[in-house]
Write a protein that binds this ligand. Structure first.
Ligand code: YSA
Length: 237
């Protein structure tokens, strides 16, 4: 029986197609990231307690080189994309991220995120809601249910966390953080916050796939489980 692409790779292609139809391009950033892009440019100064939201794998660098780390989220690609292309912009950024944290059924130490960023002259939270609603209707189906909760991220104001109904487990599962891009982030990326606003989100790809396929544990994705290469509906011979 032939193998096939890993579900995460298939999902990333599906996301590019769905968001492509809404005018989003695809951007990539490095997995080995600088402290500036992962934290400081996102309005997270060195001594700010919010840094503790992301348990970080720091990487040794040579004297005078500046600090480097395995990126803890895909949000640094927001700043890199804005620096490269300026505003207005609509882009998604899929990729692997790393966190030095204890694992459980919804937490792995390495996992994939899908970042989204839309910056323009009249963008509001309503556009964020409309874009996410359209995304889940296309990727799941018309019965997909999202729930928005007020939250805090240093790089968005206001900030929300988004839960999605997980039918296989009959519960809400947090799938992403999101909000309106903080003016300081636009400024750090060379974009005039008096002229432009935007929304951004960062979703956990394994969590979206857990809901889509009824997968009970995020740790299965990168465990070599044979069902991930042969498909969940087929039995390997
Ligand atoms: C917020 C605002 C923005 O404007 C843009 C992005 C964001 C999200 C922010 N960068 C972030 O990383 N938030 S988060 O820590 O809550 O993670 C986002 C999503 O990644 C979670 O909702 C969850 O779906 C997934 N996630 C987090 N830790 C995980 C994980 N998935 C698997 N294993 C983990 N350890």
């Amino acid at each position: 029986m032939p193998g096939r692409l890993h579900p995460v790779s298939i999902a990333i292609r599906d996301f590019a197609a769905i968001f492509g139809r809404m005018g989003f391009g695809v951007a990539y950033g490095p997995e080995l990231e600088t402290e500036w892009y992962n934290f400081d440019a996102l309005n997270i100064p060195p001594d700010h307690p919010s840094r503790d939201m992301w348990d970080t794998f720091w990487v040794k660098t040579k004297a005078g080189e500046g600090r480097a780390l395995l990126r803890t989220h895909t949000s640094p690609v927001q700043v890199r994309a804005l620096e490269k292309h300026g505003a207005p912009i609509r882009v998604i950024a899929p990729g692997k991220v790393f966190r030095n944290e204890a694992t459980d059924a919804t937490h792995e130490a390495q996992f994939y995120q899908l970042e989204g960023l839309a910056v323009g002259e009249n963008i509001s939270l309503a556009h964020l809601k409309g874009t996410l609603d359209r995304f889940v209707r296309e990727y799941f189906d018309a019965s997909a249910k999202l729930r928005f909760r007020p939250s805090y991220f240093p790089f968005t104001e206001p900030s929300v966390e988004v839960d999605m109904w997980f039918p296989a487990q009959e519960k809400w599962l947090e799938v992403m953080g999101a909000g309106m891009v903080h003016p300081k982030v636009l400024e750090n990326a060379g974009v005039d916050p008096a002229k432009y606003q935007g929304f951004a989100f960062g979703a956990g790809i394994e969590r979206l796939l857990m809901i889509k396929h009824g997968i009970p544990d995020a740790r299965l994705f990168h465990s070599g489980d044979i069902r991930f290469v042969y498909g969940f509906d087929e039995k390997p011979v």
